[in-house]
Design a protein around this ligand. Sequence first.
Ligand SMILES: [Mg+2]
Length: 181
Amino acid sequence: MTKKKKTGKALFLDRDGVINRRLPGDYVKTWKEFDFLPGTLRALGLLRPYFDRILVVTNQQGIGKGKMTEADLANIHRNMKKVIRKSGGHIDRVYHCPDLESRQANCRKPNPDMGKWAKADFPEIDFDRSVMVGDTDMDLLFGKNLGMTTILIAASPAGSKDLAEHSFRDLMDFYLNFVKK
Ligand SMILES: [Mg+2]
């Protein structure tokens, strides 16, 4: 990929399992529970010049379940963005969906709502030239629904590979073997 600016290229990142460690069976409810995956901060800094926008899209039904508040999540994301900025990266905006999975017509991935919100905020985004990086089928379907290139982050080969156009171990592997190439 080239470093040229103003190409409409956006990088959409899932959060849990891509930027930070997932908490199996639980939600990251406080900044103390937020743990960056190895190499992620460095990778985010290196990825920055290749995309017009870097956005996070995250399902957070822990809010819908009452396990945390909107303010708790906002605090986590404020800290996350600060640490990323200090290490040379930049997240333009974080979109989250607080809806319960059981709710009809919810904004959760794989539904395209968060992508549409991003396009409303940043009209230059060209989904055909953009990339969605995630660790679940929901992320990959979200990317596909919007016409993006889909990338699976999988520490070990997982079942989602059918839906992913490419698969990498982590964000640094994605940078070195896809973006930088
Ligand atoms: Mg995830």
